[in-house]
Design a binder for this molecule. Structure first.
Ligand code: ADP
Ligand code: MG
Ligand code: MG
Length: 476
C-alpha cells in the first residue's frame, strides 16, 4: 500500500513530516474543517481544525457496500421497534429496574402512549456504526458496534475532509490514491429528511428547533445543517432545555410554542445522557414529547437505540418477528451482529457472567449510555461484574463480543497532540434517515457514511472526549 510505505519514509524525515502536517492543517482551515476549542466552547472568536487523520484509511469495498446496503433495513427496524410498546416493555423490563436513565425515558414513553400520540409524522436520523472484524483466518467481516438514534453526529464540517485528504495525497504525489477518496453527501441528505418532516407538518412559519447543549463545541457542524434548511427557506432556532422550559408551552391543540414561535420539528442534538438532564429538563422533555411537534427522535426511537434492545434483537427469532415475510432482510441485518449476551438475572445471565469472567479480553461490558467512554474492557469487566453479579444491578449492562479490527499506521492530528506514527483502527458510521406519515414511509434513505479513527491503544472512543478523529475512506 503506497500510503503505508509513504508514512514509514515520512516518519524518518522530521522536516518533511512537519511541512506536510502543517499543509494538512492549513488545508483543513481553508476548507472549513473547523471546530470550537475545549477552552472556549462558546466563543465565535476562536476555532481550531477539527481532529482528523493525516491520511485517509484503506477500507475494503465489500464491507463498505454491505454497510450501506443494510441501512434502510435498520431504519425500518428502528421505526418498527419505536412503535411496539409490548416489545420495548419486555426488552427493557429488567434494564429499567437497574438503570434510572432508561427508566425515566421509558416512563415518558409509557405516559405518552397512554395519553395517545398526537403527531403521526415520525422523523428518524440515525447512524449505524461498524468495525471490520479481522477473523482468525484473516478475512474481514463487518460487525455492528451499535446504532445511534439520538443526536447522531459527525457530519457537517467533516464533509470537507475527503477534499482535504485528496489535496494532502496529491501534494505528496499519491495521485492515484487521491482518486479513490470518495465524497459523501451526508449533510445534504440528512437535512433533506428534516426538511421533509417540516414540509409535512405544513406550517410555513413554524420553525425547526435544534435542542442544544450549553457547551456548543460542534456548533459549526450544526451550522452546516442549518444552512441546508435556510436554503429551503425553513426557519431554524437553537434552544437549550432551560430556554424551552422558560419560553415553551403547548396550546389547546398541543402545538408547541417557544417564545411565540410554533415548532414544527424538535431536533435533539442533546439529551442522550443522564447528566444532560435536570429535574426541570425532564419536565421539558415530557412537554415536547407530548406536543404536536415532530420529535427527532421521539422517546420510543431513542429507546430503540439502547444497547439492551440491540442485545435482544440478536436473540433467535426476534428479527423474524419484525420482518415476518422477509428472510433476506433478516439475514442481511443478522449478518452484521456480533455476539450479544444478556446479563439479566437467571441462568442465561449467569452463563454470560461466567463467560466474561473466564475470558474478559473477548468481551466488552456495556451500560445503557451514549457518547463514548462508558464501556468496560479487560480487568475492568472483572471488577464491575464482581460488584454487581449477584443482584439485579447487573441488568443495567449487556455483554458484547469484542471486535478485533485490523490496525493501520497513520498520524492523528489534534490540537496539542504530538505528531507520532500511531497504530490506528476505524469505525464506519452509516447515516440513515426516514420519515413516516401515519402508516406510510414517505422517505427511507441511506445518507452516506463517515469514518472515525482512534489509536488502537484506546479501547473506547469519542471525538469530543479527545480519543477519536475524523477520517475518510480510501476504498480498496
Ligand atoms: P457509545 O454509544 O458510547 O458510542 P459504543 O457502543 O459505540 O457506545 O462504544 C464506544 C466505543 O467502544 C466504540 O466506538 C468502540 O471504540 C468501542 N467498542 C464498543 N463496542 C465494542 C466491541 N464490541 N468491540 C470492540 N470495541 C468496541
Ligand atoms: Mg452511541
Ligand atoms: Mg458509538
Amino acid at each position: 500500500m503506497a500510503t503505508r510505505e509513504f508514512l514509514q519514509q515520512l516518519i524518518s524525515n522530521p522536516d518533511r513530516l512537519k511541512d506536510l502536517v502543517d499543509y494538512a492543517k492549513e488545508t483543513a482551515f481553508q476548507h472549513g474543517l473547523i471546530i470550537r476549542t475545549h477552552e472556549t466552547p462558546n466563543s465565535s472568536e476562536v476555532a481550531t481544525y477539527a481532529p482528523f487523520t493525516l491520511f485517509p484509511t484503506p477500507v475494503p469495498k465489500a464491507a463498505l457496500l454491505q454497510a450501506l446496503a443494510v441501512q434502510t433495513h435498520f431504519n425500518t427496524l428502528v421505526d418498527k421497534i419505536s412503535q411496539d410498546p409490548d416489545f420495548l416493555e419486555e426488552a427493557l423490563a429488567s434494564t429499567i429496574q437497574a438503570d434510572d436513565f432508561a427508566a425515566k425515558l421509558f416512563g415518558i414513553y409509557r405516559q405518552v402512549q397512554q395519553e395517545g400520540r398526537t403527531q403521526s409524522i415520525v422523523l428518524g436520523m440515525n447512524r449505524s456504526d461498524y468495525m471490520v472484524d479481522q477473523k482468525e483466518d484473516g478475512t474481514p467481516s463487518l460487525k455492528q458496534v451499535e446504532i445511534n438514534t439520538i443526536a447522531a453526529g459527525s457530519f457537517g464540517v467533516s464533509d470537507r475532509l475527503p477534499m482535504v485528504h485528496r489535496l494532502v495525497l496529491q501534494s505528496v504525489g499519491l495521485v492515484e490514491e487521491s482518486n479513490r477518496v470518495q465524497d459523501t453527501n451526508r449533510t445534504a441528505a440528512m437535512s433533506a429528511a428534516l426538511a421533509k418532516a417540516w414540509e409535512l407538518y405544513g406550517q410555513q412559519k413554524a420553525v425547526i428547533m435544534f435542542l442544544v447543549e450549553e457547551s456548543q463545541i460542534s456548533k459549526f457542524s450544526h451550522r452546516c445543517i442549518e444552512k441546508e434548511l435556510w436554503n429551503r427557506k425553513i426557519p431554524v432556532i437553537r434552544r437549550r432545555f432551560e430556554e424551552v422550559s422558560i419560553g415553551g408551552s403547548l396550546d389547546g391543540d398541543k402545538k408547541l410554542f417557544i417564545d411565540g414561535l410554533e415548532v414544527a420539528v424538535v431536533y435533539y442534538r442533546f439529551g442522550y445522557m443522564p447528566d444532560n438532564y435536570t429535574e426541570q429538563s425532564w419536565e421539558t422533555r415530557l412537554l415536547m414529547e407530548r406536543s404536536l411537534a415532530v420529535k427527532c427522535p421521539d422517546v420510543g426511537t431513542q429507546l430503540a437505540g439502547t444497547k439492551k434492545v440491540q442485545q435482544v434483537l440478536a436473540r433467535p427469532g426476534v428479527l423474524e418477528k419484525f420482518f415476518p415475510d422477509q428472510p433476506d432482510v433478516v439475514e442481511q441485518i443478522r449478518a452484521t451482529f456480533a455476539g450479544l449476551y444478556s446479563l439479566d438475572m437467571g441462568p442465561e445471565g449467569d452463563r454470560s457472567v461466567a463467560m466474561a469472567l473466564a475470558d474478559p479480553e473477548k468481551f466488552v461490558l456495556k451500560p445503557q449510555r451514549e457518547g463514548g467512554g462508558n464501556n468496560y474492557f479487560g480487568d475492568d469487566i472483572i471488577r464491575v461484574l464482581q460488584e454487581v453479579k449477584t443482584d439485579k444491578r447487573r441488568a443495567a449492562y449487556i455483554l458484547m463480543e469484542r471486535i478485533r479490527p485490523r490496525t493501520e499506521p497513520n498520524i492523528l492530528l489534534r490540537k496539542q497532540l504530538p505528531i507520532t506514527l500511531a497504530s490506528v483502527c476505524y469505525e464506519i458510521g452509516v447515516y440513515g434517515a426516514y420519515v413516516r406519515h401515519g402508516g406510510e414511509m414517505v422517505l427511507n434513505e441511506v445518507c452516506g457514511y463517515t469514518l472515525r479513527t482512534k489509536n488502537s491503544e484506546n479501547n473506547d472512543g469519542g471525538i469530543i472526549g479527545g480519543v477519536t478523529v475524523f477520517d475518510s475512506a480510501f476504498v480498496i
